[in-house]
Design a protein around this ligand. Structure first.
Ligand code: B12
Ligand code: SF4
Length: 438
């Protein structure tokens, strides 16, 4: 049994946009390790915006991992230009976009089944179905078309503990895609990316993982992976991919205590309102040298609209605390959320000016109503238009990228123009005062 798992590497869509490698694809690497553990042969194949035609004729199963909606179009190009045999091969998909739009994915990519949830159990059951050991109706968490062309949705799998999973199959990707240098502040440490927890309980309206089920790994499980990477691959540090590392402080403490003797340096993302002395102490002891803080805006009324529900005083307090522990601080700004205008942008500028000594780096993101977010699902509330729920939808999924900034997503033309001009002012200020270090 030979299985291809396909993922998109879209360097032009990576967060820093300058064609640099970003995080490796954890979904495919985790599914591959589970399949390999059962003795199946797996290849993880990369497609890009210009290289998407593959010879897939040697595989029994072709699995598309559609990580973001922005990559849907390139999967479509791959599906219809590659060498595939629909009759003998099982064609399946999963990933965030597939979870949000399973039926659209099934139809538009002409697949046999689409997984609408986490895929650990489903992928093995789909292999069983291909071998003939079970029917699609007995496969968890999928949609498929029955003999009458009716869509069937099967029951969702009961999620398993992510602790017990085998390590992500990093060995299936080129080493240079996995182990990177020059990504941790002020150093040339060799690092790997790690995924410690999944999901988030907060409700930020612009985020597609808001209010999703959280799965935690124990300190012991994180340590096992890091020790393996240190001993076998010589890493000096790691970056935690989790969207929000500090959700449960006891869990964070347990990870910190378990790994502190390894001497690795690391970086993680957090909200500002959970930062306190005691958690910082533990993190620093365990090797944390960088925190990326989701600040988003300097305007409290906009933070409220975003459902971020943080305050300027919490932001400033977090910045001061992090600096007092000598941790490098990157802040993340989201510009252009519905309601952003000249005034709100000036408030952000003021915040940056007043705290510039506490900020080492800034990453700026421009608002796009990403599928799966509260904004996307409530367009009237946010005065948003142009998404696929509206007449005149142009079918171009690639616009759901933070780098697609020509579209007027909310309000009227004058709101759009004010927001764009304000962005320019903010961007000029940031580029003049902060250097992109890495
Ligand atoms: C790491 C990451 C990245 C990395 C790497 C992406 C990659 N190749 O995996 C980088 C930085 C490059 C990146 C880029 C982008 N990302 Co990103 N990224 C993430 C992040 C933080 C983690 C993804 C991850 O590893 N998850 C953990 C793994 C285990 O989950 P998974 O991939 O979903 O896989 C599971 C299931 O989906 C399923 N599954 C997956 N594939 C398959 C296939 C089959 C056959 C089956 C059965 C099951 C299955 O099984 C897996 C195990 O349970 C997520 C947020 C999140 N928490 O998901 C955002 C997220 C996916 N990204 C997002 C976005 C918007 C982007 C960009 C478009 C950013 C931009 N430029 O605007 C680009 C698109 C790039 C691309 N390649 O598609 C959004 C997507 C929202 C949406 N509806 O589109 C998310 C949800 C962030 C958010 N908070 O809103 N991203
Ligand atoms: S932005 Fe961060 S805190 Fe907010 S819901 Fe998303 S992951 Fe959670």
């Amino acid at each position: 049994m030979k299985i291809a798992i396909i993922y998109p590497e879209m360097l032009e869509l990576a967060r820093f946009k300058n064609n640099r490698k970003e995080f490796p694809p954890f979904g495919p690497m985790i599914l591959a390790s589970i399949l390999e553990e059962k003795g199946y042969t797996v290849n993880i194949l990369k497609i890009t915006n210009t290289k998407y035609t593959l010879d897939l004729s040697n595989y029994n199963i072709v699995a598309f991992s559609i990580s973001a909606s922005a990559s849907f179009d390139i999967f479509s190009n791959c599906r219809f230009s590659s060498i595939i045999s629909e009759k003998s091969q099982l064609l399946i998909a999963g990933g965030i976009h597939a979870q949000l739009f399973p039926e659209q994915t099934l139809y538009n990519l002409q697949l046999h089944a689409v997984c609408y949830s986490e895929g650990e159990q489903t992928i093995l059951e789909l292999v069983d179905a291909h071998i003939g050991y079970r029917n699609f109706r007995d496969v968890s968490s999928i949609v498929y078309k029955d003999y009458n062309e009716q869509i069937v949705k099967t029951l969702e799998a009961i999620p398993k503990k992510i602790n017990l999973q085998p390590l992500p199959a990093r060995h299936l990707l080129p080493r240079e895609d996995i182990f990177l240098q020059g990504r941790l502040p002020d150093s040339n440490l060799l690092l790997a990316h790690t995924l410690f927890n999944r999901g988030c309980s907060y409700k930020c309206a612009y985020c597609a993982v808001s209010e999703t089920r959280i799965s935690y790994r124990t300190g012991e499980s994180c340590r096992r992976e890091l020790q393996y990477l240190q001993e076998n691959d010589g890493i000096d540090g790691f970056t935690i991919v989790d969207d929000n590392f500090i959700i449960n402080k006891n869990r964070v403490r347990s990870i910190c205590h378990s790994i502190q003797d390894l001497g690795l340096k690391w970086s993680a993302l957090s909200r500002v309102d959970v930062i306190d002395e005691s958690i910082l102490k533990d993190m620093v002891k365990a090797g944390c040298i960088e925190i990326k803080l989701g600040v988003e805006s300097g305007d409290e009324s906009l933070l409220k609209k975003m459902n971020k529900n943080t305050t300027i005083s919490q932001i400033e307090k977090a910045l001061r605390l992090v600096k007092s522990y000598n941790i490098n601080t990157t802040i993340m700004i989201l510009h252009g959320f519905p309601g952003e205008n000249k005034h709100t942008t000036m408030m952000t500028l003021k915040l940056l000016k007043e705290n510039s000594a506490l900020i080492d780096k800034i990453t700026m993101t421009r608002f796009v109503p990403l599928p799966g977010t509260n904004v996307y699902e409530n367009p009237n509330k946010y005065n948003v238009h142009g998404t696929h729920a509206f007449n005149g939808w142009d079918g171009k999924w690639n616009q759901f990228s933070i780098h697609f900034n020509n579209k007027h997503w909310w309000g009227n033309a004058s709101d759009f123009s004010e927001m764009n001009n304000a962005y320019k002012t903010l961007e000029d200020f940031v580029l003049t005062n902060w250097e992109y270090k890495y």
